[in-house]
Write a protein that binds this ligand. Structure first.
Ligand SMILES: Cc1cc2nc3c(=O)[nH]c(=O)nc-3n(C[C@H](O)[C@H](O)[C@H](O)COP(=O)(O)O)c2cc1C
Length: 401
C-alpha cells in the first residue's frame, strides 16, 4: 500500500510552462490513494485553466487569498490545516524567491507560511534562471529550513536551451513524496541509534577522532520518530540539536558508547549503529599533558570494542542495521560485514568522495540485506534517512511475520 493512501495532498501550481505536467501529477497522486486539492497562483492560471484542474482533482480550485466562500473567510488557514503534505509543482523562480522571504501576498505563499506539514518543491525554469546564484541560494536556504526539493532534470527546454531546470517527471515526484511521507510503520517499536564520532583521549587536552558530523545518525533518529518509533540516541561529541521526542545520551569514547548501548539495548527492538567508532584507542591515557621532548613520538594503540558487533552478537533477536564507511571495494566489503557482524541490513557509504559522506549534508549509499540490494541516488541526509527507515521498517515487519 502507498504511503499516500487516504492522505490529503495540496498541490500548489505556479507560473511555469511546466504547469501542464501538474495535470498528470494529480492523476498519479489519486492513483496512490491521495485526495488532492489544487491552489494556483494568478500566473499559473495563464498556463493551464483552473477548470482542467478542478475536473481532474474533483475539487474546487483555489486561487484567491480573500476567500468569501470559506467558513471563516480564512481559506489559507483552513487549507494549511487540511493538508497532510504540500507539493508545489511547478515551483517558479519567483515563487521560490517569495517563499525564501516569507512573503504571503497570494494564497499559495500564505498557505506555505501557515502550514505545519512538510512541503516539497519541484522547481521548473530556464537553465540560467535555475543556475543563477539568487535561485541557488534561495533553494539552499529553503532546504536548510526543511523544505524538500525534487531536483530538476537536465535536458532540452521549452525555451530552446539545454541544461538543468526541467521539472522532474510526475512519477519521480510521486516516488519522492512516498518516501518523504512517512507512515506509522514503526509505531510501538523502540529503536536505539548511535551517531557521531568517538573521542579517544591521549592526555587531558588531546584525543583521536574522525570527521563524522553525526548528521546521518540524527537524521535517522528524526525519520524513525516520524515513523512512530520511540528513539534513544547515543551520540559522540557533535554540534547538533536533538530532534524532537528523541531521548539523547552524550558519550565520548567507544567504551562509553558500548556501555550506554548495552544499558539500553534490552528494551530495544531495533539497533542502528551509525556512529563512526574509533577502531583503536591510545593504550595509555596520560593524566598530565604530554610534553614535547624527542623528535619522534611513538603512540601505542589498542583495539576498541566493535559496538555494532557486540550489540548484534549479544541481542540476537534484535533487528540490527550497521553502516560501512569505505574508501574502496565498497560493496564487497559491505557484503562481508553484513555476514561477519550478524546484521540484518547494512548501509554502504563511499566516503572517498568529499562531496558526499562524512561532514556533508548530502549522501549516496547502497542498502544491502540478505535477500537484496538497493542503490539510493544522491540526496540530502534527511531524504536518505527516510528511505533507509522505510526499507528497515519493511524488512523488520517481514522478519517478525
Ligand atoms: C511563456 C512563459 C513561460 C514561463 N516559464 C517559466 C518557468 O518555467 N519557470 C519560471 O520560474 N518562470 C517562468 N516564467 C515567468 C513566470 O511566469 C513569472 O516569473 C511569474 O511572475 C511567476 O508568478 P508566480 O510565481 O506567482 O506563479 C514564464 C513566463 C512566460 C511568459
Amino acid at each position: 500500500m502507498s504511503n499516500l493512501s487516504n492522505k490529503n495532498v495540496l498541490l500548489g501550481i505556479s507560473g511555469s510552462i511546466a504547469a501542464y505536467k501538474s495535470a498528470e501529477l494529480i492523476r498519479r497522486l489519486q492513483d496512490s490513494g491521495a485526495t488532492v486539492r489544487v491552489v494556483m497562483t494568478k500566473s499559473a492560471t495563464e498556463f493551464i485553466t483552473p477548470l482542467t484542474m478542478q475536473a481532474l482533482s474533483q475539487n474546487p480550485v483555489h486561487t484567491e487569498l480573500l476567500d468569501e466562500v470559506s467558513e471563516s473567510a480564512m481559506g489559507h488557514i483552513e487549507l494549511a490545516r487540511w493538508a497532510d503534505f504540500l507539493i508545489v509543482a511547478p515551483a517558479s523562480a519567483n515563487l521560490i524567491a517569495e517563499l525564501t522571504h516569507g512573503r504571503s501576498d497570494n494564497l499559495l505563499t500564505a498557505i506555505c507560511l501557515a502550514t505545519s506539514s512538510d512541503i516539497l518543491l519541484a522547481p521548473a525554469m530556464n537553465q540560467r534562471m535555475w543556475l543563477n546564484p539568487a535561485t541557488q541560494e534561495n533553494v539552499a536556504l529553503l532546504k536548510s529550513r526543511g523544505y524538500y526539493i525534487s531536483t530538476p532534470e537536465d535536458g532540452d527546454q521549452a525555451c530552446g536551451e539545454t541544461g538543468p531546470g526541467r521539472m522532474a517527471e510526475p512519477n519521480q515526484i510521486i516516488s519522492l513524496t512516498n518516501t518523504l511521507f512517512q507512515s506509522d510503520l514503526l509505531t510501538g517499536t523502540n529503536i536505539l541509534i548511535t551517531a557521531g564520532p568517538t573521542r579517544e583521549p591521549l592526555d587531558p587536552v588531546r584525543y583521536l577522532t574522525n570527521h563524522s558530523s553525526g548528521k546521518m545518525g540524527f537524521a535517522l533518529a528524526e525519520a524513525a520518530c516520524s515513523a512512530g518509533a520511540k528513539v534513544t540516541l547515543v551520540t559522540g561529541p557533535v554540534n547538533l540539536q536533538t530532534p524532537r521526542y528523541v531521548v539523547r545520551y552524550d558519550v565520548e569514547t567507544a567504551q562509553d558508547m558500548l556501555e550506554t548501548c548495552l544499558e539500553h539495548a534490552p528494551s530495544a527492538d531495533i539497533f542502528i549503529g551509525c556512529a563512526a567508532v574509533s577502531d583503536y584507542r591510545p593504550k595509555y591515557r596520560n593524566s598530565e599533558k604530554i610534553k614535547k621532548t624527542d623528535e619522534f613520538f611513538k603512540l601505542e594503540l589498542i583495539r576498541n570494542p566493535d559496538v555494532v558487533s557486540h550489540v548484534a552478537g549479544k541481542f540476537e533477536r534484535m533487528f540490527c542495521l550497521g553502516f560501512a564507511a569505505e574508501t574502496h571495494h565498497v560493496l564487497e566489503n559491505a557484503r562481508q560485514k553484513l555476514l561477519t557482524k550478524k546484521l540484518d541490513l547494512l548501509v554502504a557509504n563511499d566516503v572517498s568522495n568529499p562531496e558526499i559522506g562524512f561532514d556533508s549534508d548530502l549522501n549516496e549509499v547502497s542498502l544491502i540485506w540478505h535477500k537484496g540490494e538497493e542503490k539510493l541516488q544522491q540526496a540530502t541526509k534527511t531524504v536518505i534517512a527516510k528511505q533507509i527507515i522505510n526499507r528497515l521498517a519493511a524488512l523488520y515487519i517481514d522478519s517478525r511475520n
